[in-house]
Ligand binder design. Sequence first.
Ligand SMILES: *Cc1c(COP(=O)(O)O)cnc(C)c1O
Length: 376
Amino acid sequence: MTAKIARFLEEVQPATPCLVVDLDVVRQNYEDIRHWLPVAEVFYAVKANPAPEIVALLTGLGSNFDVASPGEIDLCLAAGAAPERISFGNTIKKQRDIAYAHAKGVSLFAFDSEAELEKLAESAPGARVFCRILMTCDGAEWPLSRKFGCEVDMARDLLVRARELGLDPYGISFHVGSQQTDLSQWDIAVGKTAMLFTELAASGIELRMINLGGGLPTKYRTDIPGMDRYADAIMHAMTKHFGNNLPTMIIEPGRSMVGNSGVLEAEVVLISRKSYDEDVRWVYLDVGKFGGLAETMDEAIKYRIETPYENDETGPVALAGPTCDSADILYEKCGYRMPLSLKVGDKVRILSTGAYTSSYSAVNFNGFAPLRTYFV
Ligand SMILES: *Cc1c(COP(=O)(O)O)cnc(C)c1O
């Protein structure tokens, strides 16, 4: 909680639930990653928080952008980002969306399949393309599974095919899984990438770029290693596998760019018990899975929650949202406790909610308005 956010909540007393984002924190996060990883080009993953205020700030600071749709392209262009600063990083694109991006001047595209390459060759001829490889996402609190990427032997063949189709085989990308706290994951990924660089050189293809994806964490309930440790791990892996012949490096922070910039204020709507002999209290908030806390799915992301009674005795709670959908439970099994003095009508503050909240909020499910965001 920054002083600016605390003052805003105090003075304005906004209706809850609402998210308050401190743009100075976003600026600091951008400067930190530039400081610790000066050789990498930063492409902000827009989906983490697509607020025009954030995209405009990052444009001014010199950031590039990783986008997934024409809507996100328009957002970045409207904020003043030149098309050369945009990477269409989604491996699943409609033909007409590729054509749209190409017409707007975007010339960098991801793929992980032959069918996607054919679409790219047709609608973005000559574009720079990079192949996403599969990662296991071990150690990530929000893994990305097998939906994206292909195995390295397929990646090799596809990059050869890219050249045959008149595209520019530019490099390799991966994502080690979001909220990744196992620093060794980058070494595995960079090693696979370097192997592909070597194998493709034998086919006369000189790859020039490695896209290190996202995965850098933000602090939730447990501590995380600092940005310096991530930078060390990444640079160590790069020099180990590439020597001093480093390719262009791209990094795509989403969560780590905006996560700790936001605080979500919510109100306690109801506190109840399910039986006379259970001591678990059910605490229902006016925000839940559909109001922006979708990453509590399977209790994956464990937010820190502050109440007005930080020093009081606590007891076990289950936390849930206000909608009439039984999936709308935030935490039931992972040991949350709250002060026994907590009562209906109290405000609670959910910390580090700047990433993957407002962009996940439903438009009007059950008649609840989408998550309102304020910028300070
Ligand atoms: C979502 C996404 C990111 C951002 O990941 P974080 O773990 O939030 O940093 C980066 N790259 C791509 C391609 C993504 O889809």
